[in-house]
Design a protein around this ligand. Structure first.
Ligand SMILES: [Fe+2]
Length: 286
């Protein structure tokens, strides 16, 4: 049986069915999936019954994986899996002041995964194990479509600019003790073009998000104003898709051309556990 692809929205998202991601995929199938998710920025695979090993194996077909360097965010000794959850190792809801919850809440701001690294992630893939009744959706924005819709004057203004991305800027509300000095030193700020050229599609995309601190060489207030304006523009309804999670959903997105954020849920009453793999980038962006 072949796969079926259904467009979710005109400018973002494709749903792919008729495929079992727990099984190895042929090279042809991989190329087809790659074409679909790169073109539509986000690919949703509903109803997948896969374990971490199968999730990792499929993700590795798309590229080398990033390893999670903070032990507290890893899934039990699996550095390939980033566990996005409000549950401790015994399955109990973490207390409100738990540093992991503070880190998770930071993901409620629009961002591109690991844009704070010199070689940022190509893609991310989330698999849902436990989802809340209410809230906890993930929203995605197509920043290539958003770039194309900018007025000519703004495109010209942005051309050739470099932005500084800094993990600790996006986590500036988090208490100091959530990170060790070694963790801080391990993630120095990174430089990226404000307008990023996609290596596969040749399309340009606005590359900003919560990790973006300032524009190099610009006055700080003017930097912030432009960054905020671009985020507001890019995350307008026309360019965005909100995914309502069902258990078994796998969602793959392109960090080179998408922003995303997790929506809030009542993390002191409801449970949520999603596992993410992160496909590493292959080079610097400048
Ligand atoms: Fe994220």
């Amino acid at each position: 049986m072949g796969i079926e692809a259904r467009l979710i929205k005109q400018k973002i998202g494709v749903e792919i069915t008729g495929i079992n991601l727990s099984q190895p995929q042929s090279d042809d199938m991989l190329s087809e999936i790659r074409r679909l998710w790169v073109d539509h920025v986000v690919a949703v695979f509903p109803g997948q019954i896969v374990n971490d090993d199968q999730h990792i194996a499929f993700s590795q077909r798309l590229g080398e994986l990033e390893l999670i360097n903070m032990a507290a965010l890893q899934c039990e000794g699996r550095p390939e899996i980033y566990e996005a959850t409000n549950l401790d190792k015994d399955g109990n809801i973490m207390t409100d002041d738990h540093p992991i919850l503070t880190i998770n809440r930071g993901n409620q701001k629009w961002h591109s995964d690991s844009s704070f690294k010199a070689v940022p992630a190509t893609a991310s893939m989330l698999h849902a194990y436990i989802v809340p009744e209410e809230g906890g959706q993930t929203e995605f924005a197509n920043m290539a479509a958003a770039y194309e819709a900018l007025d000519a004057e703004t495109k010209e203004l942005c051309e050739g600019l470099t932005a500084i991305h800094d993990f600790y800027w996006s986590r500036r509300d988090v208490e100091e003790q959530a990170f060790t000095k070694a963790e801080r030193d391990a993630i120095p700020p990174a430089r990226h073009p404000l307008i990023r050229l996609h290596p596969e599609t040749g399309r340009k995309a606005i590359y900003v998000g919560s990790h973006t601190r300032e524009i190099e060489g610009w006055n700080f207030a003017e930097s912030r104003a432009l960054i905020e304006r671009l985020i507001v523009h890019g995350t307008g309804p026309e360019f965005t898709y909100r995914h309502d999670w069902e258990v078994g959903d796998m969602v793959l997105w392109d960090n080179r051309s998408a922003l995303h954020r997790g929506l809030a849920f009542d993390d002191q009453r409801e449970k949520r556990r999603l596992h993410r793999t992160t496909i590493a980038g292959t080079g610097t962006t400048l």
